[in-house]
Ligand binder design. Sequence first.
Ligand code: 5SP
Length: 227
Amino acid sequence: MAQINPSILSADFSRLAEEAKAVEGADWLHVDVMDNHFVPNLTLGTPVVESLARATDIPLDCHLMIEEPDRWAPQYVEAGAGSVTFHVEAAAAPVRLAREIRAKGARASMALKPATPVEPYEDLLPELDMLLIMTVEPGFGGQAFLDIMLPKIRRTRELIAKHGLELWLQVDGGVSATTIERCAEAGADVFVAGSAVYGTDDPAAAVRMLRNQADEATGSAAWACGH
Ligand SMILES: O=C(CO)[C@@H](O)[C@H](O)COP(=O)(O)O
């Protein structure tokens, strides 16, 4: 089944605990950590992650859009993240970092910006629990989905199949009712959605709707035969 991870970047930051409750039924809560260096925006750090972890039973999927993830990522596991994503463009030693995140008890995930190809990292994939393909330039919610990322999603799904991996394939940016089916058909199985969830009157219903759409598209996708 497709996983839907609402991004709290589109939530009301003054009411984060309530906003987490508003997406009951979501698979993970996506927490965008931005440092105003790796991306031109600033959001939150480990104290907010600690508070969120206490406020919700939904596991936290922390996406670190920061410099020096090798230094900071382990602290997000300690703060309560169940999954920690670092950007390969910022990591000094991605294999060591993925192993450290796993050793601390969280799922290890690596993100690729739109201009970063997946092929150079084929040999790293077994070290990961999830690969995140950005479908917008990271930094802001509410941007238009980049269709040109669909071939990369397809190629990544082929690599996962080629190596027989249990790797989750996440897409993030511009995922909505009008784009989620294309992502699912291409091979994504974990979907981050900010404005398409928190921009509606009923965020929990939006999560269910997106999941249904993704599941239907996956059901008819060639890559999912026997999945
Ligand atoms: O990481 C990011 C942006 O850098 C995302 O998680 C956005 O928060 C997704 O928002 P929408 O594009 O779904 O509105």
